[in-house]
Design a protein around this ligand. Structure first.
Ligand SMILES: O=C(CO)COP(=O)(O)O
Length: 255
């Protein structure tokens, strides 16, 4: 693997809505054990993160205290006030959340999140001191250059054309067609898309932006990728030992 010229590799997982409360806590305990077993993570060259459901966050923050695991949230609202059912970035910050997913494919597709809402959320998250984990990806299979162009436009819309905002983002590149599949997109395809995207971002001095891959990611993938800053795992990290294996792969790459 050719590493991107970014500072660190990010290895994270979202539970989406797969787990109940008790199950989430049990699994988080296993994830903490995987992280604790790898003291090299303290150096910060590999940044592990975990994104459980909202109600789990307070207890998750307690469980993660003193570990290198960064706590994330799966979504946020865009301002305090009369927004029934939403959760504000400022409250997430109070709960110890450092990272917030914005614009995941499932939110775009099933909850009608459009680019204007995503831009409001990015702005609100940044204002609250959270790092947006901006999720982008082409809905259908495309040639790598066209996919990179689609993703570039999604990022541009999410920062309302203000590229200075983009420097504070972590990008999760998740081709929609590769989410929930048996296998991830091919390593060659992902590397080509991310490489082309970095070329486009270079015009804004953002070639070093963290861009991680998600979509049926599993152990064995990361070492095959070029230019990619880590992985965003889903189902294949429900077995916490797989998360540990991916951490080992990331640590080996940064040695
Ligand atoms: O969407 C994802 C992470 O947010 C990927 O999920 P899967 O790995 O389960 O496809």
């Amino acid at each position: 693997m050719k590493l991107p010229a970014t500072e660190a590799l990010f290895i994270g997982v979202s539970t989406k809505m797969y787990m109940g409360y008790a199950q989430s806590l049990e699994w988080l305990g296993q994830l903490v054990a995987e992280v604790d077993a790898r003291p090299a993570l303290v150096a910060g060259r590999v940044v592990p993160f975990v994104i459980p459901s909202f109600p789990v966050l307070p207890e998750a923050a307690r469980l993660l205290e003193g570990t290198p695991l960064v706590l994330g949230a799966q979504n946020c609202g865009w301002s305090d006030g009369p927004w029934t059912g939403e959760v504000s970035p400022s409250m997430l910050g109070e709960l110890g959340v450092g990272l917030v997913e914005i614009g995941h494919a499932e939110r775009r597709r099933y909850f009608a999140e459009d680019e204007s809402m995503i831009a409001l959320k990015v702005s609100a998250a940044v204002d609250a001191g959270l790092t947006p984990l901006l999720c982008v990806g082409e809905p259908e299979t495309l040639a790598p250059a066209a996919a990179a162009d689609t993703v570039y436009r999604q990022i541009k819309a999410a920062v309302s054309g203000d590229w200075s905002v983009a420097s504070g983002l972590v990008i999760a590149y998740e081709p929609v067609w590769a989410i929930g599949a048996a296998e991830p997109a091919s390593a060659g395809y992902v590397s080509q898309v991310v490489d082309a995207l970095r070329d486009s971002l270079a015009q804004h001095d953002l070639a070093r932006l963290p861009i991680i891959y998600g979509g049926s990611a599993k152990p064995g993938l990361l070492p095959q990728l070029n230019e990619v800053s880590g992985l965003f795992l889903g189902r294949f990290a429900h077995d916490a030992t797989n998360f540990g294996r991916v951490l080992d792969e990331a640590l080996a790459l940064t040695n």
